[in-house]
Design a protein around this ligand. Structure first.
Ligand code: ACO
Length: 425
């Protein structure tokens, strides 16, 4: 794979350092900087903006063109023809399932939807007003205390069972977080429902009122899961890979992904979008907020706009926008004041010189927040839903990492602290 060479010269060093250049099947070439370590040099790349941290064959993104492929399939085609569980199978196994394989996979997931009854006691230790992401981090990590029989990371079958458990149990745990916060009894999973409807049933059903599935909302929920399924080496996935590189157990690694996702610069953005829309409060206040977003001396940013990789319309946002329109029409709430602010904001940002020049387009979180609000999901559950959707990406990357020879992740640094000095006697 090293068909080209890069040559590096350094002031004061006679030797020209020759570095291999690798080409993937798509995307930019990468320079193999590993020989630098032996010469006492490291590369410096805070924020990993220019670093390929691993080799992967799961997901490809072209941020300039606005392309996202899972195992080669464009996200728009998956959103149109596939569904979340089929996409999970694809991400995990590399190929789309046959009809028989899909049925078997769906049934296997259904077999794992319940959580150990002992886990329900775990929730009682939390305050009712705890943020559901705080509970998620803890409960997902705690899975390792309940499912010992799938913890041998070197056994491909154990890795597979662990993936099934996570895909199946995340919606159950997510809905339990919500039910706990509002003081309602947990709803057991209902395996005759599809994945999205089962989640909505566990969220909104009660012992006295059965949740009645609505095909439009079910499809929108499934699309939200599918569109968040994976996004190559983002902050949370890189965290899962790094945690996994130490040989930590898979449930603990996924808990580290949930924690990394929580921040507003990553998965927390969908919650932050709604908070921002509420803060704006009225269309008349939009110019003031746009001005603040443009002011270099003000920390305020328009939540749901911009992306580290996409310098074009996020392809997921296009599909999400369509789903958003469908849900709002179905629920007859196109005139909701917050949604009006969102639409106006989108229009202004797409035309304003500041946003156009910096290629700050609405991202997937901008529209997913609006859909989730319309479905009736409380704002503090938005990132939880992102976490449950992204679990398949995390576990697929974790599994890929362990399927080939690997090393513990150990970045180095540019040290700018004190030189060695003596302790004052
Ligand atoms: N509002 C206003 N200005 C912005 C925004 C924004 N949302 N995003 C970037 N900018 C500006 C920056 O101030 C900077 O301007 P400058 O060149 O004049 O200094 C320029 O655009 C480049 O921004 P960076 O911070 O260098 O971009 P980076 O790639 O580091 O950040 C990020 C990407 C974190 C997503 C950023 O755009 C942001 O904070 N967006 C809002 C939060 C958000 O929606 N996050 C969700 C990401 S998608 C996901 O996780 C699924």
């Amino acid at each position: 794979m090293a068909d080209k060479k890069a040559r590096l010269t350094i002031d004061g060093v006679d030797e020209v350092i020759e570095l291999s250049v690798y080409s993937g099947t798509l995307g930019p070439d990468v320079i193999d900087v590993r020989p630098l370590t032996g010469r006492g040099l490291f590369t410096y790349d805070p924020g990993f903006v220019s670093t390929a941290a691993c080799e992967s064959s799961i997901t490809y993104i072209d941020g300039d063109q606005g392309i996202l492929l899972h195992r080669g399939y464009p996200i728009e085609q998956l959103a149109k023809h596939s569904d979340y569980l089929e996409t999970c199978y694809l991400l995990l196994n590399g190929e789309l399932p046959t009809a028989e394989q899909k049925e078997q996979f769906v049934n296997t997931i259904k077999n794992h939807t319940m959580v150990h009854q002992q886990m329900t006691h775990f929730f009682n230790g939390f305050r009712r007003d705890a943020h559901p992401m705080a509970i998620m981090v803890a409960v997902v990590g705690a899975l390792s205390a309940f499912y010992h029989d799938s913890l041998d990371i070197d056994d491909p079958h154990h890795r597979e069972v662990c993936a099934y458990r996570l895909i199946a149990k995340m919606p159950t745990i997510a809905a339990m977080c919500y039910k706990y916060s509002i003081g309602q009894p947990f709803q057991y999973p209902q395996n005759d429902l599809n994945y999205a409807d089962n989640f909505l049933h566990m969220m909104f059903g009660t012992p006295c009122a059965t949740y009645v599935p609505n095909p439009i909302l079910s499809k929108a929920m499934d699309r939200i899961f599918l569109l968040h399924a994976d996004h190559e080496q983002n902050a949370s996935t890189s965290t899962v890979r790094l945690a996994g590189s130490s040989g930590a157990n898979p449930f603990a690694c996924i808990a580290s992904g949930v924690a990394a996702l929580w921040g507003p610069a990553h998965g927390g953005a969908n919650e932050a979008v709604l908070q921002m829309l509420e803060e704006i409060g009225d269309e008349a206040n939009i110019p003031e907020f746009i001005q603040r977003a443009k002011d270099p001396d003000d920390d305020f940013r328009l939540m749901g706009f911009g992306h580290r990789v996409y310098r074009n319309f996020d392809p997921r946002a296009k599909v999400m926008k369509q789903a958003c329109d469908e849900v709002l029409a179905e629920l007859g709430i196109e005139n909701d004041p917050l949604l009006k602010i969102a639409k106006r904001l989108e229009q202004i940002a797409l035309e304003d010189e500041y946003f156009v020049q910096r290629k700050l387009y609405p991202n997937v979180d901008f529209y997913s927040g609006i859909i989730l609000k319309a479905i009736g999901i409380p704002t503090n559950m938005f990132t939880v839903i992102f976490a449950l959707s992204r679990t398949i990406g995390w576990i697929s990357h974790w599994s890929e990492f362990h399927s080939s020879p690997n090393k513990i992740g150990r970045p180095r640094q540019l040290y700018t602290g004190q030189k060695q000095r003596d302790y004052p006697e």
